[in-house]
Ligand binder design. Structure first.
Ligand SMILES: Cc1ncc(COP(=O)(O)O)c(C=O)c1O
Length: 388
């Protein structure tokens, strides 16, 4: 007897990032610059408030959209941080931004819809789009400093376009979409029924002026969906805390997916989330910036083409000149130098490698030394091949 699974789920693939991380473990890598996981502890205030909530037996089911006091706190924070006016009915507390992104896509997609994803991109989007029988239209920004032009959008948008996903600061590049890129997107969509999903999970981790991304176009509020996370900004990826900001109508529909998938976020954790916005996390950002400066400098000295990241904790140098695929580069780096980083093909750009620098300076220094040694070896191999 043949069991029949949902046709689409059979097409969805597991995270290639995790797969490569497993490969590195199987091959005994010693230094991991692979996952996007802050190396700080979750601040004590958040931990203590959560323990207090547990001691006070806050273990009953919470309201589906999240505790009202937390949603109010989020609105206050968004007003202060991004000058945005959202009311608590426009907030859905989700299990990390992953749930916010997935339920946003479930809320809007029909079969054969098209979703525009600027690449390099975080790989989860394409898998969820696929699950919905919709189609991904990639626009490649890698030859334009990871910025979006009018031409790219003109070539991609048509009557099937349902949504564009913007990630700024970006994973894997660390780039922030410029005012010009944002304006290009705005002009391309303003007169069309296209949703914009803003994956803004890194928008507190920026190394220049903090300012709102696409969400600043509040005249399009009914079709902007902001997906937010506590994982990166407050060093709490294992807590699974995030939220969605969208119109009341959108949240009403997305909440149905949320209700049938998780009911509501863990009640006691929401008390911890409430105190996060009172914490000054600048010490984390200063530390990431120091690491970014070091690693950028080293990569430039190695002669690799690399765009200076303005946010997040990733850097995405090109290896195009080295005449090797990103997978082969990363596999050899693991096997011969015991350093693990992520091949660019995982983000749909094979000419690049992603290095996560949310690890200690000691590890970053060792990794840079070994990457440099490997890059020099590859250059020698290429020269020999050229001469023979
Ligand atoms: C761009 C981006 N979006 C979303 C996520 C998911 O984060 P979480 O579900 O922990 O909020 C990540 C995690 O690495 C990410 O890099």
């Amino acid at each position: 007897m043949q069991l029949k699974y949902n046709e689409q789920i059979l097409k969805v693939t597991e995270s290639e990032i995790r797969k490569f991380n497993d490969y590195a473990k199987e091959n005994n890598a010693e230094y991991y610059l692979t996952l996007g996981e802050p190396d700080f502890y979750t601040p004590d205030q958040i931990v203590n408030k959560t323990i207090e909530a547990l001691n006070n037996h806050k273990t009953k089911y919470g309201p589906t959209p999240g505790n009202l006091s937390l949603r109010k706190k989020i609105c206050e924070f968004e007003k202060k941080f991004n000058k945005l006016n959202y009311n608590p009915n426009e907030v859905l507390i989700t299990q990390g931004s992953t749930e916010a992104i997935t339920s946003a896509l479930f809320t809007i997609l029909n079969p054969n819809d098209e979703v525009i994803i600027p690449i390099p991109a975080y790989p989860m989007y394409a898998e969820i789009v696929k699950y919905q029988k919709a189609n991904v239209i990639n626009i490649d920004t890698s030859n334009n400093n990871f910025q979006i032009t009018k031409e790219m959008l003109d070539n991609a948008i048509n009557e099937k376009t349902k949504c564009i996903i913007l990630t700024s600061p970006n994973n894997p590049t660390g780039s922030i979409l410029s005012d010009e890129s944002l304006e290009n997107v705005y002009n391309a969509v303003k007169d069309k029924p296209i949703f914009i999903i803003c994956d803004d999970v890194y928008n507190q981790i920026v190394y220049k002026d903090k300012k709102p991304g696409f969400v600043k176009y509040q005249d399009l509020k009914d079709r902007i969906i902001v997906c937010q996370s506590y994982s990166k900004s407050y060093a709490m990826p294992g807590w699974r805390c995030g939220y969605m900001l969208a119109s009341e109508e959108f949240v009403f529909h997305a909440k149905k997916i949320h209700q049938y998938m998780i009911v509501a976020l863990n009640t006691f954790i929401q008390d911890g989330m409430e105190v996060a916005f009172d914490i000054d996390n600048q010490y984390m950002i200063d530390s990431y910036k120091m690491r970014r400066d070091y690693i950028y400098d080293r990569l430039v000295k190695m002669g690799l083409d690399v765009v200076l990241p303005d946010g997040a904790f990733y850097i995405f140098p090109s290896i195009k000149k080295l005449n090797i695929s990103s997978l082969e580069f990363c596999k050899r780096l693991v096997r011969d130098y015991k350093v693990a980083i992520i091949p660019g093909y995982c983000f749909s750009n094979d000419n690049f490698i992603r290095i996560s620098y949310c690890v200690s300076m000691d590890i970053i220094k060792i990794a840079c030394d070994r990457i440099e040694e490997f890059v020099n070896k590859l250059r020698n191999e290429n020269n020999k091949q050229f001469l023979s």
